[in-house]
Design a protein around this ligand. Structure first.
Ligand code: ATP
Length: 937
């Protein structure tokens, strides 16, 4: 066997070689100057200076040029470019300065550049958000286990892997227990690879065959292992192909897609309209010399129909939405979630940690014949074990003693303290067991030092139990544990009991009769009915040789007893559940815990009422898909479910037309998270795999945060609809006004492309942006969710746009007819084209009133506090001011082709435009009256 030499760290600055699979785990230690106790903090710091952070430099998949080019692929911009070219030709023919063409080109360019910056910023922002969920890893440094950011790992670190984590760096396995890793990220192979630390491999073994190595970015599906980090950052296998991965997801949201489609409709519609105006105009006059004028009219209409400002406003609104959500602890991973969150009709939530605090405290222990009460708070191992209010001596209670020993050995958590504050590293359930053992005088580190864990089957949500085999290696332990090796098991009481044939009575072991079993189950139910999370414990002496095939040994165990721990509901969840109900959203609890525990907690939170049906995982397996679909509307609590049941529940709910948000934290929750309309992962306790599969991550694991995010989603969607109404209504008004001029026989185009661009981008753009900041309407969480598949024009939006467009057009055309006659009267002293300036000004100002009125569908503007959205008032004042500047400052006048209006003319423009505001407010009063009448009937 030929092995490539592996340079030792001190003598070389070259990146480490990649032949680690040819070495035993022992051999791999020496070039890295590490040992099972890990590096010292000092050493790790030095290495970080040398090797840098364990990060992948993200290769953007699209180069900046491609992003820029993509901006110009938009059909509306292409139409504007065509308009600019025609307008350029017309101006050059007439020998005029091609102002409009230049302005349009400038706008197209500006739009492209703005789009480019927005898109790159959005990518950066999403990447930054992604970093917020950057994984934490369990590392051994100076012999102590600690948690730290994966980016701080260095070669030589010793890292602990468990199911659900993403491997944080490349490494050589030191040990493993049933470790199964999916390496699809690297090799494309989706089957799990079983890892084997004990082998050494020939140099030529391919990446996928190196079963003694692990690679960054791959996913631990099952089991546990300890890894010596060999390569970090860009030196890892994944680093080599870094440009292919971690691309930030910036797929267009459904709304953005629909807006793209709308662009197509607008462009084709405007082309038809242009053709109509030209043909009708020519047919009516029969004068071909009018062609140029009609073409100009058509160009203006084409510019007017395109909502140039809309894409930017939508992007900004979605971005603001994600920021507001992150402030409320909900991190959006996929942009579509922002707008679809508001449509959620059912929230399926885990219990532990999301509805409850995930701070476990053991309250009761029940052995065969004795019930113990436990005192003490939090994870502190200081407290007492009482029997009938008297402190017990653990050494005099063999069943209790064995149960406490089992709770230390069958445990992967660590208890730490700073002063009097006790914290845990690992699963809170296991932390609570360590605290319990501490109260009985069993110190975790002492017990672990005098023993070896020779085999184990880790806990999974499917098996709902964990087994370990412990070999005593110190005489002291043999006095506590009469035989060695010994199997310890803990897990869901019913399942553990099923594996038992004996029971530990006070000092002897007796067969487990059916009566005793009934007694244990009754005690389990009694504890669960108090809302306690209950675990069962068992043990079994093993033949030394029988540790090989552990699953077959999981039978004929000795039952030790039950432990009941309290995991109090989160105080804010009750209010959040009530808010959900008012908002027409049904909260559903899906838990791996016992049905009685689940029911008590669900009732205390208002998720279920006494007497409501609880469906268990077993019940689920008995139901066909059709039966399940019929059942799901009536069930709010699912208990003892496994992750695969979650998938069936989501699918059944979706079949019933529900729009489902579903939480999950484990590896096996990923399919359900992907299937759900909004998959929600836990930021604190969630596995990396579940986060990858999710649309949103809860930074605080809290159910109330889902409700808050839903509210924000509704606000975002309402605001998007609000400014779409506002912007497109104005476009319709502009188009109709322009089309009316030649049909009324007025000479010339009332609005030039330049003026229209000004309106669409500035006088409509600023107020539209301000409307995106509109706070939640008071009833936002008091109405049922909207159908996510509804068209953006649903619920009257399309009709409103047409109505307002017509209103704007009728008023402006009325003014146009009057102004035309006024400025063509013999007595008129100004320029006869002043009527165009009046039309332009009236349309702009009318939109100011519209911006104020569109803030609420139901409330009058006077009823809304101006302070609730000062931006709108600011935008209205600013744009009105800018419009006045345009009319009176000579340089702008010339550029935009305007004429100064007299005070009376300006007042008339204000008068006509304010009618839009008056009309819209009157409409609200009318609708209110109509609704009142309908209600009283
Ligand atoms: P949820 O699904 O709401 O988070 P859960 O945490 O109770 O609820 P699981 O983690 O799947 O769901 O646990 C299911 C059952 O498995 C628990 O009720 C408990 O009896 C048992 N259990 C939980 N954690 C462990 C563990 N670390 N070791 C052994 N058994 C456990």
């Amino acid at each position: 066997m030929v092995s490539r030499p592996i340079p030792s760290i001190p003598s070389s600055t070259r990146p480490l070689g990649n032949a680690w699979h040819t070495l035993t785990s022992q051999q791999a230690m020496s070039p890295l100057e590490s040992d099972p106790n890990g590096l010292t903090d000092d050493k790790a710091r030095h290495r970080q200076d040398r090797y840098g952070l364990n990060e992948l430099k993200e290769g953007t998949v699209r180069s900046p040029w491609v992003i820029l080019w993509d901006q110009f692929k938009n059909i509306m911009l292409l139409m504007l470019i065509a308009v600019a070219i025609v307008s350029l030709i017309l101006d050059l023919q007439e020998g005029g300065f091609p102002k409009d063409a230049i302005a349009i080109f400038a706008i197209v360019l500006l739009n492209g550049i703005l789009g480019y910056f927005q898109e790159s910023r959005a990518e950066k922002a999403l990447a930054a958000l992604k970093n917020m969920t950057s994984p934490r890893v369990r590392v051994v440094r100076s012999g102590r286990e600690q948690e730290q950011d994966a980016k701080d790992l260095v070669p030589g670190d010793v890292v602990l892997l468990e199911a659900g984590v993403q491997v944080p760096a490349d490494g050589r396995l030191l040990n493993a227990s049933n470790l199964q890793i999916r390496e699809a990220a690297l090799t494309g192979e989706s089957e799990a690879i079983i890892k084997r630390p004990e082998v050494t491999l020939p140099d030529e073994a391919s990446l996928g065959d190196r079963v003694n190595l692990v690679y960054q970015g791959t996913e631990v599906l099952q089991g546990r292992g300890t890894v010596l980090v060999t390569q970090t950052g860009m030196q890892t296998e994944l680093g080599r192909i870094a440009t292919l991965i971690q691309s930030v997801e910036t797929e267009p949201t459904p709304l953005q897609q629909r807006m793209g489609q709308l662009g197509n409709v607008l462009v084709s519609g405007s082309l038809v309209l242009v053709a109509l105006v030209v043909v009708i105009g020519l047919l009516r006059s029969g004068d071909l010399s009018l062609f140029d004028e009609l073409l100009e009219v058509s160009l203006s209409m084409a510019v007017a129909v395109v909502p140039e400002g809309l894409p930017a406003v939508i992007t900004v609104t979605l971005a603001l939405g994600t920021q507001r959500m992150v402030r409320r602890h909900a991190l959006i991973r996929k942009l579509p979630a922002v707008e679809t969150l508001g449509s959620v009709t059912t929230i399926c939530s885990d219990k532990t940690g999301t509805l409850t605090q995930n701070k476990m405290v053991v309250q009761q222990v029940q052995t065969f014949d004795t019930q113990y009460q436990i005192t003490g708070e939090g994870y502190s191992p200081i407290g007492r074990i009482l029997e009938n209010d008297q402190a017990v001596k653990v050494e005099e209670c063999p069943a209790l003693e064995a149960l406490l020993i089992a709770s230390v050995f069958c445990n992967d958590a660590n208890l730490n303290h700073e002063g009097s504050l006790w914290t845990i590293l690992g699963d809170p359930t296991e932390g609570a067991l360590l605290a319990l053992a501490g109260k009985g005088g069993f110190d975790q580190s002492r017990l672990k030092k005098s023993s070896n864990r020779v085999a184990e089957i880790p806990f999974t949500s499917e098996r709902k139990r964990m087994s370990v085999v412990i070999q005593a290696c110190a005489a002291e332990l043999l006095s506590l544990m009469p035989e060695s090796p010994m199997m310890f098991m803990k897990g869901s009481p019913e399942l553990v009991l099923d594996q038992c044939s004996f029971v530990q009575k006070e000092s002897e072991v007796e067969p487990l009769t059916a009566d005793i079993k009934q007694g244990v189950l009754a005690a389990n139910n009694r504890m669960a009915a108090q809302g306690l999370r209950v675990l069962g414990f068992a043990m079994k002496p093993l033949e030394a040789s029988s540790t090989e095939n552990l699953e077959t040994e999981e039978q004929n165990l000795i039952w030790l007893g039950l432990v009941g721990m309290l995991d109090a509901p989160r105080p804010e969840v009750r209010t959040a559940v009530a808010a959900c109900r008012r908002a027409g959203i049904r909260p559903v609890m899906i838990t791996g815990d016992h049905q009685l525990t689940a029911q008590v907690i669900a009732e205390s939170l208002g998720i279920a009422q006494p007497g409501n049906a609880v469906l268990t995982g077993y019940d689920l397996t008995q139901l066909s898909t059709a039966e399940l679909e019929r059942t799901v509307p009536n069930v709010s609590v699912y208990a003892r479910v496994a992750p695969e049941h979650k998938l069936r529940i989501v699918q059944a709910l979706q079949k019933r037309g529900e729009f489902v948000a579903m939480t999950g934290d484990g590896v096996n929750d990923a399919p359900a998270l992907k299937q759900a309309d909004i998959g929600i992962a836990m930021g604190v306790t969630g596995t990396d795999v579940s986060k990858e599969a999710s649309d949103m991550v809860l930074l605080d694991d809290n159910f109330a945060t889902i409700v808050a995010a839903t509210e924000e989603g509704r606000v975002v969607y309402d605001n998007i609809r609000r400014f779409i109404k506002y912007i497109l209504g104005s476009n319709i008004g502009e188009v109709l006004t322009i089309a009316a001029a030649p049909l009324l026989g007025l000479g010339g185009v009332p609005l030039t492309p330049l003026q229209i661009l000004w309106m669409n981008l500035v006088t409509d753009g600023f107020p539209a942006l301000a409307l995106a900041m509109e706070p939640a309407e008071p009833n936002v969480m008091q109405r049922p969710p909207h159908n996510p598949k509804e068209s953006i024009f649903a619920r009257g939006l399309g009709a409103y746009m047409l109505r307002v467009g017509l209103l704007l057009a009728i008023l402006t055309i009325g003014l146009m007819a009057w102004a035309y006659r006024h400025t063509h009267a013999a007595t008129y002293s100004g320029d006869p084209d002043t009527w165009k300036t009046m039309v332009f000004t009236t349309l702009c100002l009318a939109q100011m009133g519209h911006a104020l009125a569109v803030r609420s569908d139901t409330q009058l503007t006077l009823q809304l506090s101006p302070f609730s959205n000062l931006y709108v008032w600011g935008a209205v004042l600013l744009t009105t001011g800018l419009q006045v500047l345009l009319i009176y400052v000579p340089i702008f006048q010339q550029f935009f082709g305007l004429y100064a209006l007299s005070a009376i003319e300006l007042a008339i423009c204000f008068g006509f435009s304010s009618l839009v505001f008056v009309w819209l407010e009157a409409e609200k009063l009318f609708i209110r009256q109509a609704m009142k009448r309908a209600q009283s009937k």
